[in-house]
Design a protein around this ligand. Structure first.
Ligand SMILES: Nc1ncnc2c1ncn2[C@@H]1O[C@H](COP(=O)(O)OP(=O)(O)OP(=O)(O)O)[C@@H](O)[C@H]1O
Length: 312
């Protein structure tokens, strides 16, 4: 069952086309990643999903409702914008008090729900401090807490971890996983493809307002094939490179120290043996290219298709 359905959506701002015929669907309970280049249309899509803007063409349904149905959206959809800011003189608890009213939480249940979400996001101890003293990570968690007051079916998180330190990122990831376990459909945008790979079941790649790829993270990654990157600390990189000259499927990406080689997964062992026969190898690691390469490939394919007038 699809909780989010976006069909052939176009949106322009004057001469700027922000979304150019985007279609995608997100299933109930999924954690879905929306990735793309700067200005690809990710935030615009979020604004359409919560009814802050209306599409010029196309149809959108979220949790069984049109985004123009403001009451349903408030009840079923939680949106954490990239720049969620709060009145600095209010405490975290007071902020949540206002949001509880805004979201029509019954008066006799407010205190209980506020206490519960403060505990969920790990802000119980900081609840009575004013938010001007909150760290970036705490503010993001408070923003998420505002959406959890009404147990939404859908959570939209726009670059939720941008600017957080590694500990803040890890805390937020734990939180998203916990929220996701409760059958909530989560859609998040991110420029950090490792984050998307870690958290998301499926992903869509936007470029220039077009969805150029959509599918399970593993499928997208498979588009770049079974090649791996081998990085080795070598005593003599010239000897190492010469030893690989006869390997047709192997390309030396960097011929210094470390030596970086791109090769088919099945040949990584032979490549390492050849390098070790030619020079001393101190350390080495083999890595799959991951989503970054798949993302670049999708964007390139989409641009080629657009130039040729095809649909990717
Ligand atoms: N209110 C607006 N008025 C004019 N142009 C806009 C407006 N909102 C978005 N745009 C333009 O629409 C395009 C898509 O913008 P959007 O913010 O959706 O991209 P994004 O993928 O979220 O980018 P980023 O990753 O940089 O946050 C951009 O060219 C942007 O300049």
């Amino acid at each position: 069952m699809h909780t989010i359905e976006v069909e052939h959506v176009h949106k322009s701002y004057g001469p700027v086309t922000a979304l150019d015929g985007v279609s995608l669907s997100v299933e109930r309970g999924e954690t879905f990643g929306l990735v793309g280049t700067n200005g690809a249309g990710k935030t615009t899509l979020f604004r359409l999903l919560v009814g802050h803007e209306t599409p010029d063409e196309g149809a959108i349904e979220v949790a069984g409702h049109a985004p123009s149905d403001g009451v349903a959206v408030r009840e079923h959809v939680g949106f954490v914008p990239e720049d969620a800011g709060f009145e600095p003189a209010l405490t975290g608890r007071e902020v949540l008090g206002y949001y509880a009213r805004l979201r029509d939480v019954p008066a006799d249940d407010r205190e209980h729900r506020i206490r519960r979400v403060l505990s969920t996001v790990g802000l119980a101890d900081a609840a009575d401090r004013t938010v001007d003293g909150y760290s970036n990570g705490m503010s993001r968690r408070l923003a998420l807490a505002t959406t959890l007051l009404t147990q939404p079916d859908v959570l939209l998180l726009d670059e939720p971890t941008a600017g957080l330190d590694p500990e803040g990122v890890a805390d937020f990831h734990d939180l998203v996983r916990r929220v996701g376990e409760a059958d909530v459909t989560v859609v998040l945008t991110s420029h950090d493809l490792r984050e998307v790979e870690t958290l998301c079941d499926r992903v869509a790649v936007l470029d220039g307002g077009r969805a150029v790829a959509e599918g399970p993270v593993s499928e997208l990654r498979a588009r770049v094939g079974d090649r791996v990157t081998l990085t080795a600390r070598v005593a003599d990189s010239d000897h190492a490179r010469a030893a690989l000259a006869d390997h047709a499927e192997v390309s030396v990406e960097r011929a210094g120290d470390p030596l970086v080689v791109d090769c088919p997964q099945g040949e990584a062992g032979d490549v390492l043996d050849a390098v070790r026969a030619a020079t001393a190898v101190d350390r080495f690691e083999v890595r799959q290219p991951g989503l970054t390469a798949a993302f670049r490939e999708s964007v390139d394919d989409g641009r080629r298709a657009a130039a040729g007038g095809e649909t990717p």
